[in-house]
Design a protein around this ligand. Structure first.
Ligand code: G6P
Length: 372
């Protein structure tokens, strides 16, 4: 078993370390020499894709968080309205679906019953279903109209890490491909993003090289009861994922909030010494979001909380308000989750270890849930 773990104590650590390769493998062969996307696997014709007037994403758990991030990318690059829904809620509320709806089912295992039932319902309504899946020949891709496989390799640890990053890559590819096929006004931006995406594995690698202070921080928080996570824009689903990881692995109370919502309730939770992790958007690009989140960090800190700030290299505005600063490489705004999630995975894994929990097999959880 030790050999299977490749020298790591846990599969989760091995799988976190494999992320740069998983990301690169998922891009492999999908970008041609001219910088265009070739997604031949998406066996839904270009003319059908041009007819789509809505995208609906269904998924569970970590895959649902990938879907939440995909919504920002799909709507921005394609201008097609996109909804994201927990698979377990989807079919029971009589969702509006037809042949012009593209349904995307995201699942690492391809066997999650909630997601499978959602996609069956969508196909019964005449919608086309594209699966994003990590497991060749599993049920969800077999029952879908098309599948884009993530190439993360087998994921053994119950808490999803490398599969999540590759789900994001696949979602970006689908969003960019829809933009390419439909010819949006973002043509130039799409070319730039494809180039940035092809270099992103190196950025993930750089994050992994600087994780020792994050582990140290995690160990110092092992006796806390609650950790809050805040983010905005695509940083919001990253915050949700950070909180989910902590629940799954450390069995700690953790919640993710949209930073702008803080003042509408959650700020009442802030007190002395409460650890609050804040995912800061790039000061470049949509800098208004950056400025707003910096004032959120100030507000939290003024109430005595302990701020753990994840911010881009060179972002000096956060420095005065960060009790702990975790640096990530500069990336285009929409791609930031690929680098910002990694420290949160390491954080949760180390906290679980420090609390004596079983990292690869958390209590009460299963890798794939095949009951509704
Ligand atoms: C289970 C796992 C989660 C996972 C979810 C969806 O609940 O414990 O880690 O995110 O299922 O799994 P899937 O295989 O559909 O991505």
């Amino acid at each position: 078993a030790a050999a299977e773990k490749g020298g790591y104590d846990y599969f989760m650590l091995k799988e976190i370390a494999e992320q740069p390769k998983a990301v690169a493998d998922t891009l492999l062969g999908r970008i041609d020499a001219g910088g265009s996307l070739t997604l031949d696997e998406v066996r839904i014709s270009a003319s059908e894709l041009r007819e789509m007037d809505k995208v609906v994403i269904v998924a569970c758990g970590t895959a649902f968080h990938a879907g939440l991030i995909a919504k920002y990318a799909i709507e921005h690059w394609t201008r097609i309205p996109c909804e994201v829904e927990l698979a377990s809620e989807f079919r029971y509320r009589d969702p509006i679906l037809d042949a012009q709806t593209l349904v995307i089912a995201i699942s690492q295992s391809g066997e999650t019953m909630d997601t499978l039932m959602a996609l069956r319902h969508a196909r019964e309504q005449g919608s086309k279903v594209l699966a994003i899946c990590n497991t060749n020949g599993s049920t969800i891709p077999r029952e879908s109209d098309a599948v884009l496989y993530t190439h993360a390799g087998p994921e053994v640890a119950v808490a999803s890490t490398k599969a999540f990053l590759t789900q994001l890559v696949a979602c970006y590819l689908v969003a960019l491909y829809l933009g390419q096929v439909r010819g949006t006004k973002w043509g130039d931006e799409i070319q730039d993003v494809i180039r940035d995406l092809s270099q992103i594995a190196g950025s993930v690698e750089r994050v992994l090289e600087t994780m020792e202070p994050v582990r140290e921080l995690a160990r110092s928080l092992a006796d806390k009861n609650t950790v809050l996570f805040l983010g905005r824009h695509v940083g919001y689903p990253v915050a949700l994922e950070g909180a989910l990881k902590l629940k799954e692995l450390a069995y700690m109370h953790a919640e993710g909030f949209a930073a702008g919502e803080l003042k509408h309730g959650p700020i009442a939770l802030i007190d002395e010494d409460l650890p609050v992790v804040v995912v800061v958007p790039s000061p470049r690009g949509r800098s208004i979001l950056h400025d707003k989140i910096v004032s959120n960090i100030q507000e939290i800190r003024a109430r005595g909380a302990r701020t753990i700030v994840i911010a881009e290299e060179g972002d000096e505005a956060v420095v005065p308000y960060a009790d702990h600063l975790i640096r990530i490489p500069a990336t285009p705004t929409l791609l930031q989750p690929l680098v910002a999630t990694v420290p949160l995975q390491v954080f949760a894994c180390e906290l679980a270890t420090a609390r004596g929990n079983e990292v690869d097999q958390p209590r009460n959880l299963a890798k794939s849930v095949t009951v509704e």
